[in-house]
Write a protein that binds this ligand. Structure first.
Ligand code: GAL
Length: 957
């Protein structure tokens, strides 16, 4: 029966296809120029006030440019009108003076995609960005440049000016003043400690010289007490100073902890002639304690968003918000700053690392649609709030001085209260005096509105929250919502009694002296059609939070249902949607249209009593992923053997370093000093034996989660945890990563050469959060080395990534590889011939490095988005880590020493969705270990998505 219906449906669709064009007429490509200004209240574009609703996006954490469009469209669909973009200097520059802006680094393309997605851009090129990215965005070669970073020291100045010269040249043509969509330029990042005003000033001079003419801004951090300057005035001042706030902190292990361990989260006003700007506001969390990002999502979930974002809107009067992050992404390669994050930078964001929409996304929709549809919010002053009859509930209010529309924040007086409380507000609205019942159930906050010209209507007040309203088919359609099961009332003003028709649900209407009052319980979705009374008709949709979340506001249409509406246009009586569907389901469209086309296919529709169109969208085809079989494996670490030929290695013979930490060895052994900045490095130290050696003592910096492995004359001596950044912001720990290794008797012979081989992981570079070279220029690699029972000098050689700073793999870039033997030989690359390797996955590995390779074919259904991850089974393995290479791209590290992560995102584009893929796993074991089994998992399946082409991935060198 179902099959018959499907056939019938297809036949109808085919007939319709002849008459209805599959896509709307193309928009004109003209690029008008605009002006950005601002005043006390808001930013303005061409004199028109805009409320900036921005979320942060890190293109460098999504190495598949076609997916940038997917994520940015999802931002737009959540009601954001702006995206904030950090530009990561380290990602583009392998060597001083060398930059790459192609392929996955093509930020010119990124800026074009952002504009096409309908988003303004806040450009944040640093030079310093923090962002838990290696070195906080500083390339590691900068550690070798004399002069304190983030200051006006000449060496640093020359370096950052060069970077800005390159990135500004790409940003400038994308400014709104030249037909693009960049509206603000962020100077530095949370530059609050050890500041240098001449440096702040020079960044701006450089920007102006490079053609940046949109307003400059900055994101101040911390708490007012630690600000050296807010950059609101004086030397180095920016035009619009903003404030960062992470009120909920990063304790993801305790998602139910009390509100605001790090403060009330209210954005300070820093100047009278600029708007209050929440330049970076918490929308997720890093996970320094390895609780897992789902917990971070809970910590910063809808309740947090309701409470803090609404408080900030009404208590602070902010009209510009940038939420950090909207989508976090992946620390692929060696992108992570080692102290706070593992491979995943999911961040507990509204959009997950695998690009799925969470309940936080729903809350962004509820809030953003309100902010975008209610223009009076762009200009408000604090006013006296209506008194609450119960002290358990408090109110805060603002009003627009021109329209007098009032906005009242209602929440618990005890901000952390989880009780269910009710009160009556004694509310003098612009349209009269009212007693308004309110209820706050659990941790919640509401912004109620009074005295608002809602399209052609007059909203006197409502204790439901307004989500959005549109004008379509000659009537206003408004969506209001409230907590499930709570009472709701809405009062509208009419010249005479209107006709009220309850189409759905249970709603009581009463009319008296111009006021139409509707009373209802928030439950499901009620529909009320009001006509007459001297106004154009109004369709009121009264729902719960969950019902409100089903709506999409796209272009001229309001759409209900389906998992995502990317865009909507109406032309010639047809509504054209681009949408994703996770299962066959109804979609309802409120638009000036009698026909519906979704993703290019006509959809059979019927007209509802609400005047909307309803049609059924097909779901995706089922997807079957192949099992991973056909493994081959091979152990390496030949560097551990005394006879290994290291004649091509660099002698570690330097005696000076720019690192403030001076080595305890006669020569400098720091990897960065020899141009080996990322991933693993090998050391080989030769000395002549005395026969009396008893112990090797080493000390190495690896960054948190790192360790080093030690061999003497080919014998494995063991491993130690590497040094990390001191937990506090104090200077480095004097004995950071010490390891003592007993030498078995007879291993070193008197008068004979001995070889120490050490494999040191580099888990990434410290950030420079407090502008302190002690932190940023903390070395990686060996710091101390001695042999007890011997005073013989040790001569060291060092080996890291092939080519050092002279990139060998320019496509995958500077952060993809380190110096494992297999990486240097190209074992991670698809074309490498592994036929001579041992068949089967290694069930047991010895200390050192073992590789496993296999390949698999995919042929996913076209027109579907299937995010796929590599899943490690069983309990998280300890004593070893696994570096994951997909088609040559280093997509992260698994292992109990690293964190709890077991799913590793394989982004479409790097993952060939229609073709052969090569997986190579480098297992670096500190002990004998049994590597966890791996499999492919589909984390979602949507019909729709965006077209994704394969990212060019050279299969050999
Ligand atoms: C801010 C910083 C961001 C990011 C965030 C924490 O202080 O500006 O770059 O590091 O903290 O995730």
């Amino acid at each position: 029966m179902r099959a018959r219906l499907l056939t019938l449906f297809t036949a109808i669709a085919t007939v319709l296809a002849i008459t209805v064009p599959a896509s709307p007429p193309a928009a004109s490509a003209a690029a008008p120029r605009h002006r950005v200004t601002y005043d006390h209240y808001s930013v303005m574009i061409d004199g028109k006030r805009v409320l900036l609703r921005s979320a942060e996006f890190h293109y460098f954490r999504l190495p598949s440019p076609d997916l940038w469009r997917d994520v940015l469209e999802k931002y737009k669909s959540a009601g954001f009108n702006t995206v904030s973009l950090y530009f990561d200097w380290a990602y583009h520059s392998p060597k001083a003076g060398v930059y790459d802006f192609t392929g996955v680094r093509d930020v010119n393309r990124l800026l074009t995609v952002a504009q096409q997605a309908g988003l303004y851009v806040i450009a944040r090129p640093g030079p310093y960005i923090n962002a838990e990215t290696t070195g906080g965005g500083f390339p590691a070669w900068l550690k070798n440049v004399p002069g304190r970073a983030r200051s006006s020291a000449p060496g640093y100045t020359a370096a950052y000016r060069d970077w800005l010269g390159h990135i500004n040249k790409i940003i400038a043509p994308h400014q709104i003043t030249r037909g693009g969509s960049v509206i603000l330029y962020n100077v530095e990042n949370e530059y609050a400690m050890n500041t240098d005003a001449a440096y702040m000033e020079d960044i701006q001079k450089k920007a102006r010289a490079d053609g940046i003419d949109v307003p400059t801004m900055t994101n101040n951090c911390c708490d007012a007490a630690s600000w050296t300057s807010t950059w609101a005035s004086g030397q180095g001042a920016v035009q619009i100073p903003g404030v960062d706030d992470y009120p909920q902190g990063f304790d993801c292990a305790n998602p139910d902890a009390s509100w605001g361990p790090w403060g009330a989260g209210l954005t300070e006003r820093l100047r009278d002639d600029t708007p209050v700007f929440a330049a970076e506001y918490q929308a997720g969390a890093i996970d320094p304690d390895n609780a897992g990002f789902d917990k971070c999502r809970e910590l910063t979930g809808p309740k947090f968003m309701k409470f803090f974002y609404k408080s900030n809107l009404i208590s602070s009067g902010a009209t510009a918000f940038n939420y950090y992050m909207g989508f976090g992404g992946t620390n692929w390669g060696w992108l992570a700053q080692p102290n706070d994050v593992p491979t995943s930078y999911d961040y507990g964001s509204a959009i997950t690392e695998n690009r799925l929409l969470s309940d936080k996304y729903d809350e962004f929709k509820r809030q953003n649609f309100f902010l975008s549809s209610v223009a009076p919010l762009t200009k408000t002053d604090p006013v006296t709030a209506p008194a609450s009859s119960d002290k358990a509930i408090e109110t805060v209010a603002r009003a627009n001085p021109d329209t007098h529309t009032q906005f009242v924040l209602v929440r618990h007086s005890d901000h952390a209260a989880t009780t269910d409380d009710s009160a009556t507000l004694d509310w003098t609205t612009p349209d009269g005096h009212y007693s308004v019942p309110v209820r706050v159930k659990g941790r919640d906050a509401k912004v109620l509105i009074a005295g608002y010209d809602l399209g052609g209507q007059r909203l006197v007040w409502s204790n439901s929250e307004l989500m959005t309203h549109v004008y379509t088919e000659g009537r206003d359609v408004a969506v209001l919502y409230g907590t499930d099961g709570t009472q709701g009332s809405t009062v509208l003003r009419y010249a005479s009694q209107p006709t009220v028709k309850v189409l759905d649900g249970s709603v009581k209407a009463s009319y008296s002296s111009g006021d139409l009052r509707l009373d209802y319980t928030h439950s499901g979705l009620a529909r009320v059609l009001i006509s007459g009374g001297g106004r154009r008709p109004l369709l009121l949709l009264l729902g719960t939070d969950a019902e409100a979340a089903k709506f999409w506001q796209a272009g001229p249409a309001l759409v209900r249902g389906t998992s995502l509406v990317r865009s909507a246009t109406v032309a010639g009586g047809t509504a054209y949607l681009r949408a994703d569907t996770a299962k066959a389901e109804d979609v309802e469209v409120f638009a000036d249209a009698g026909r519906l086309v979704v993703n290019g296919s006509p959809v059979r529709t019927r007209v509802t009593a609400s005047g909307s169109l309803v049609g059924t969208l097909p779901g995706p085809e089922a997807v079957h992923l192949p099992a991973l079989t056909g493994w081959r494996s091979k152990a390496e670490s030949p560097e551990a053997q005394p006879g290994f030929d290291d004649s091509g290695w660099v002698s570690a013979s330097k005696t000076t370093t720019e690192s403030p930490l001076k080595p305890k060895t006669p020569t400098v052994l720091y990897a960065d000093d020899y141009g080996y900045h990322y991933g693993d490095v090998w050391y080989r130290g030769r000395f002549t034996g005395t026969g009396g050696e008893t112990k090797v003592s080493l000390n190495a910096f690896t960054g948190k989660r790192g360790s080093y492995l030690v061999w003497l004359n080919g014998r494995y001596l063991g491993s130690a945890a590497g040094g990390v950044q001191a937990d506090s912001d104090s200077p480095v720990n004097p004995d950071p990563g010490r390891g003592d290794f007993t030498i078995p008797a007879g291993l070193v012979k008197a008068g004979q050469p001995a070889v120490l081989s050490v494999l040191v992981e580099n888990q990434g570079h410290n950030d420079d959060w407090i502008a302190d070279d002690n932190r940023f220029k903390q070395p990686r690699g060996l710091y101390a080395a001695s042999v007890e029972g011997s005073t013989a000098p040790i001569s060291w050689k060092i080996q890291g990534v092939a080519g050092g700073e002279n990139l060998v793999d320019r496509t995958r870039g500077p952060l993809n590889n380190g110096g494992l033997y297999g990486e240097r030989q190209g074992w991670h690359l698809p074309a490498y011939g592994d036929r001579s390797w041992t068949a089967g996955a290694a069930s047991q590995v010895a200390p050192g490095v073992t590789w496993q390779r296999t390949s698999f074919r995919l042929d996913l259904p076209k027109g579907q988005d299937v995010p796929i991850a590599l899943r490690f089974g069983g309990p998280v393995g300890k004593g070893y880590r696994v570096q994951i290479f997909l088609n040559g791209w280093n997509l992260g590290q698994y292992g109990g020493d690293i964190g709890p992560q077991t799913d590793f995102t394989l982004p479409a584009g790097l993952l060939r969705q229609h073709g052969r893929n090569t997986l190579a796993l480098a297992v670096v074991a500190r002990t004998d270990a049994t590597p966890a089994p791996v499999s492919l998992v589909a984390l979602d399946n949507e019909r729709g998505g965006v077209p994704v082409s394969d990212v060019p991935s050279p299969s050999s060198r």
